[in-house]
Design a protein around this ligand. Sequence first.
Ligand code: 23J
Ligand code: MN
Length: 263
Amino acid sequence: MTAPVTVLSLLVEEMNRGRITVVDLTQPLSPETPVIELPSMFAQSPGLSVEVISNYDDNGPAWYWNTLTLGEHTGTHFDAPVHWITGKDRANNTTDTIPVRQFVSPACVIDASKEAGQYPDYILTREHVQAWEGVHGKIPAGAWLLLRTDWCKREGKEAFLNASEDGPHSPGFHPDCLRFLAHERDVVGVGVETVGTDAGQAGGFDPAFPAHNIMHGAGKLGLASLCNLDKLPPTGAVILAAPLKIVKGSGSPLRVLALVPAA
Ligand code: 23J
Ligand code: MN
């Protein structure tokens, strides 16, 4: 009796042969992991703190485990539509109710690393996306749009958040680009390397925080603080990104993996 050949058995074979690799798009999660800093009139989200329950000691002689305290939006994390007021009345808008099919979706990767390297406030436009489509083809419905900026290569909180007197400076999306992605392309969501899906200066955009406002208003998802986007092809990767099943959760830290075909 031999098992039947299926797309999944072929996938396993391809992985065993190294013809499909698994790339980790997740930042390490530690108390040093930077979290977004909002203007001081708003409540802040705590980063990770870790308290040991036992460490093979009197509190538990044969076991080691910890208690974690952290905001839902810490480190490499998932944004659910309910996170934003524009998405609050949508069906299946929380981490426990989003259809799991969306957690396994293909990726289109736009490389704006050169632009963001030269200008930290770089904003991706509809025209830039359309130029990418001219080379790589139309973004299919249900795909992630991942914005590569090489921001994850910035070491330390200061460089990563890149804040000055007038707030943080980091790349993101133009509102018109987000409307295009949500309504004309029907992406599953957008993913970025920066601390949140919106540009550092996006609090002053119209609408404010458009990646949150427009995407979540359209029931779309977000992924923030991704890394290793430079290891992905422009098309052809499949992303596994499943948040914790937090009841009524607005988001969650998660492990994001990409299945990538060998070049
Ligand atoms: C709350 C308010 C503004 C922003 C954010 C959260 C995030 O980026 C987030 O992690 O969802 S911009
Ligand atoms: Mn978030």
